[in-house]
Design a protein around this ligand. Structure first.
Ligand SMILES: Nc1ncnc2c1ncn2[C@@H]1O[C@H](COP(=O)(O)OP(=O)(O)OP(=O)(O)O)[C@@H](O)[C@H]1O
Ligand SMILES: [Mg+2]
Length: 275
């Protein structure tokens, strides 16, 4: 069948997984073996404060994202995943449980084995939080896979071949640049900054220049619209096209939004040369 039938060290345990989850800062995707991607929703939970300082979940995913910036004081919207890792354990668990229950068919009662993607370079504590959350909602087995590998497989890159495949994954909270070959990561650098930081910079810039407050959702729409215009004007490849393109340093106009997006955004290759 496909070249993935050749067994790679990381591919062995995942053959048995029933559910794969991309637990992202901005969006969570659920893939079920035999059915494909069955859920793609924002990683947002809306909670209401109740008596005794406790919280009650009122909405999850798309419903919760629609409430961002529009809630009364008693309700807050929370993103339990930050920079690709669990930031609020209880809400992350509730969100996962909700997404899995919605994705599975009612008669699927057996405990599932679940593959969860995590950014490169996460700590043992961050890994354990994901494992514990998975087991506590009834998983039979939790398997962790590095995001660059999952992304490369998804993009159809020849990860099993002795060829260097380069991947840049800009998410909501993390950006990963990786070179893969022979089913392994040859080089990877992950910075905990992504599209959300761009949204924040747009909010700041509109506030500073126009004295106007726009919310996260509007800032995201502006960013996407600007990106689309750039893609059109410079004939750049769109996400997922797998085409190769470069940006000369003189073309880098990242300062437009008023400085750095936070974190260390220097190109990894250049940083490496300086070591
Ligand atoms: N067409 C687009 N142009 C520009 N940015 C986009 C576009 N579509 C989505 N985004 C941005 O991509 C980010 C979400 O990407 P993605 O769903 O891959 O993140 P994630 O996997 O949830 O985050 P992470 O991998 O950091 O945990 C958001 O910041 C969103 O605004
Ligand atoms: Mg991601």
């Amino acid at each position: 069948m496909t070249r993935f039938n050749r067994r790679a060290p990381w591919s062995r345990p995942y053959g048995a997984a029933d559910i794969s989850i991309d637990l992202g800062t901005a969006n969570t995707l659920v893939y079920i073996r035999g059915r494909g991607i069955v859920l793609n929703e924002p990683s947002v939970v809306a909670v209401r404060e109740i008596a005794g300082g406790k919280q009650e979940v009122v909405a999850v995913g798309l419903e919760a994202k629609a409430l961002v910036g529009k809630t009364p004081h008693s309700i807050t919207t929370v993103r339990p995943i930050k920079e690709g890792v669990i930031a609020d354990y209880d809400l992350a668990k509730e969100m996962l449980e909700h997404f899995i229950n919605r994705s599975r068919r009612p008669w699927q009662l057996a405990k599932p084995s679940i593959v969860v993607t995590l950014p490169h370079g996460v700590t043992e504590i961050e890994k354990r939080a994901v494992e514990e959350a998975g087991y506590s909602i009834g998983a039979k087995k939790i398997l962790l896979i590095k995001e660059p590998i999952a992304a490369a497989i998804g993009a159809g890159l020849p990860v099993l071949e002795p060829i260097g495949s380069m991947l840049v994954d800009i998410g909501g909270g993390t950006t990963e640049v990786a070179v893969l070959s022979l089913a392994g990561i040859v080089y990877c650098h992950s910075v905990r900054v992504g599209g959300d930081a761009m949204d924040e910079k747009i909010i700041e810039m509109v506030k500073r220049k126009h004295r106007l407050y726009i919310g996260e959702q509007t800032a995201e729409k502006v960013k996407i619209a600007l990106g689309e215009r750039l893609v059109g004007r410079h004939n750049l490849p769109r996400a997922g096209q797998g085409a190769r393109f470069g940006l000369r340093p003189s073309e880098n106009r990242g300062g437009h939004l008023g400085g750095s997006c936070g974190g260390d955004c220097r190109p990894p290759a250049r940083r490496r040369q300086r070591h």
